[in-house]
Design a binder for this molecule. Structure first.
Ligand code: NAD
Length: 327
């Protein structure tokens, strides 16, 4: 049996990978630690390493993995902005899971929007305390409102479909225009100008880093809500915080945060969190933060496990695989 090294393991990862590993002929060594130049050594004598969104795949880690004999890293996620592909050239081949469930992420975006808008998170706490007051809970109808989707790939299109079902007007900004009868493609500035809700679904690249910044926030409607379930660094968080505090923006739903790497997926409830921007964002009544959980459905986790194991199996057998990341 071939043995794999699994980084940043959580109990739910293990459940799904354990379910499928023997069908692919693998055994897996699970490690809770994240992948970094120091922990790369755990992959020695393994056939491949399995990594996640917040693992360090910088040039230093890639060299350390390569020195341990690793030639294949399978990312169990879609995004690969944490990989130094230039450094990996000729050394390590990377694979990803491009479309495990766009619905999981699109539905979480809508769940966050509905929660923030209709204050169901606060209502739940009130009624548990037999407080049946409705003061402060006024929201707005989604029907008839305009959503602006930045990036209409798999997730953006799934969201557009849901929003169309709600009776919303759908605007989009994407260099690649999809053929969809209810989407109106416009420029970024026009999208920000006209949208009541702006939802980010483009990948994090040099071009999209801080696509929402002080300058672009100025184009948004004063009551608009921004939703980010893509990657934290698409938004300049300090600029977002300033816009929210000065009431130039209606609210924010954030499943991702630009400095999430050392915080998200861990329990800091008994610690003092020293990230003042995140702490201030969480303290605002019109901000909802979840911990990069948009992917977390049974369907998505099953697909992630099977595709990741298939990717490694194809690599080891020398088969062509469409999920390889080109570098
Ligand atoms: P995709 O590749 O199918 O679509 C991305 C779209 O963004 C493409 O249509 C592309 O043309 C567009 N795009 C690229 N550059 C752009 C730009 N400058 N402006 C506007 N649009 C641009 O990807 P997907 O499967 O829809 O996933 C989108 C992103 O969602 C991923 O890159 C990942 O970062 C994030 N994601 C988050 C979670 C989570 O749990 N929160 C889970 C999966 C994916």
């Amino acid at each position: 049996m071939q043995s794999l090294c699994f980084y940043d393991t959580k109990p739910y990862d293990r459940t799904y990978f354990d379910r499928y590993k023997s069908a692919y002929g693998f055994e897996i060594d699970y490690f809770e630690t994240k992948l970094s130049p120091k922990t790369a050594v755990l992959a020695k004598r393994k056939s491949a390493a399995i990594a996640f969104v917040n693992d360090d795949l910088s040039a230093k880690t890639i060299k350390a993995l390569y020195d341990c004999g690793i030639h294949c890293v399978a990312l169990r996620c879609a995004g690969f902005n944490n990989v130094d592909l230039e450094a990996a050239k000729g050394k390590i081949r990377f694979f990803r899971v491009p479309d495990y469930s766009p619905y999981a992420v699109a539905e979480h975006s809508v769940a966050m929007l509905l929660t923030l808008n209709r204050k169901t998170h606060k209502a739940y706490l009130r009624t548990r305390d037999f407080n049946f007051s409705l003061n402060g809970f006024v929201g707005f109808d989604l029907y008839g409102k305009t959503v602006g989707i930045i990036g209409t790939g798999k997730i953006g299109l799934a969201l557009a479909n849901i929003c169309n079902g709600f009776g919303m007007k759908v605007l989009a900004y994407d260099p690649v225009r999809r053929d969809c009868p209810y989407i109106e493609y416009v420029g970024l500035e026009e999208l920000l100008n006209r949208s009541d809700i702006v939802s980010l679904h483009c990948p994090l690249t040099k071009a999209t880093r801080h696509i929402i910044c002080r300058r672009t926030l100025e184009f948004m409607k004063p009551n608009a809500i921004i939703v980010n379930t893509s990657r934290g660094a698409l938004i300049d968080s300090e600029a977002l915080l300033d816009a929210l505090i000065s009431e130039r923006l209606g609210g924010a739903c954030l499943d991702v945060y630009e400095e999430e790497t050392s915080l998200f997926y861990e329990d800091f409830s008994n610690h003092i969190v020293r990230d003042d921007i995140l702490a201030r964002l969480i303290s605002l009544p019109n901000v909802l933060v979840t911990s990069h959980q948009a992917f977390l459905t049974h369907d998505a986790l099953s697909a992630i496990a099977q595709t990741t194991l298939q990717n490694i199996s194809d690599f080891l057998a020398g088969r062509k695989n469409p999920n390889e990341i080109e570098n």
